[in-house]
Design a protein around this ligand. Sequence first.
Ligand SMILES: CC(C)(COP(=O)(O)OP(=O)(O)OC[C@H]1O[C@@H](n2cnc3c(N)ncnc32)[C@H](O)[C@@H]1OP(=O)(O)O)[C@@H](O)C(=O)NCCC(=O)NCCS
Length: 315
Amino acid sequence: MEIRSLRQDERGAVQELLRGAFGPATGQPLDTPPPLGPDRTLVAVDDVPLGCALTFTRTVRLRRTEVRLGGVGGVAVRADRRRNGIGSALLQAAMDELRKSGSPIGLLFTDGFGFYERAGWRQLSQRLFKLRPHGAAVEDGAALRELAPADLGAVCELYDAYTATLSGVTLRDAPYWGALARRLEAGNQRLRIAEQDGRVVAYVWSEARADDQVAVLEYARERGAAPALVDLLLSELEGRSVLRAPIVPDPELGHALRERGCAPDPGEDPSPMWTVLDPEQLAAIAGLPQDVSQRALLDALVGGPSATYFESDRF
Ligand SMILES: CC(C)(COP(=O)(O)OP(=O)(O)OC[C@H]1O[C@@H](n2cnc3c(N)ncnc32)[C@H](O)[C@@H]1OP(=O)(O)O)[C@@H](O)C(=O)NCCC(=O)NCCS
């Protein structure tokens, strides 16, 4: 068996492998062009593809340092060839690939933790808050509407300012924003904005989920616009059974929710797993001694209350 880059003539077989492992929707990442699609697809081949692993890169901020994040996705092995070490070999090859491309830290999303824990990955939940309908009404302080193409610049600025102190968050350039906007048009997602005095002061990017639930993928607001952000969140909740959103440190948002009589329930998304690919570089960024444990490094950089990885940036 050999592990190497995917060849064009193997794409169909790998799409089939991904669909077999994850369901019908998941052949899609191979068709997603950069900057959101995979940088490199690895295949385990023995005459025909037996397994695959996809690697992705993003630029993120850890504390105040810009680094290259290495993502892994789509680790799948043909059902009749599992438990022979192929999955582990693919995962190691993906991690080597990310190290070579200069990523000091790795991220993936899964519900199969044991397989990755054995390869040195650590599960660190994204904290969430949940809102349920409870009679609070949207007020008419801000005009709420769908994003128009001309709003995108203002949305980017809000994102940059609101996330400036967060650790783990993706740094987005114009091509990356363009790719996100195209994904937004295609899916059952929407980005709505709150406008006040002709300015975009807050936005909420959400996705409709099964059972009348809505997942907020990300949000941001201008200073002083916490009530407008609450309006947006409440308007997303209308007609739904529950809204879930990532927690970012924003005491004013918490205050504005309570003012409106909303008591969010805590929740978490357990699926993110992180790993250290370059301990020296991460220890320097975290300001910790070189011999610190991997767990302590990850806790310091992506485990604290200011650590956020928005669902909109997932691979
Ligand atoms: C997860 C997945 C990729 C693992 O692939 P795999 O080739 O079976 O992986 P490995 O053989 O390296 O390891 C699987 C298990 O077999 C065991 N194993 C490896 N070689 C073995 C051998 N020669 N004999 C017996 N067991 C062995 C490993 O210890 C491991 O144990 P675990 O299940 O307790 O972790 C595969 O099961 C799969 O495609 N699942 C569906 C998709 C999926 O869930 N992907 C990951 C979530 S994002």
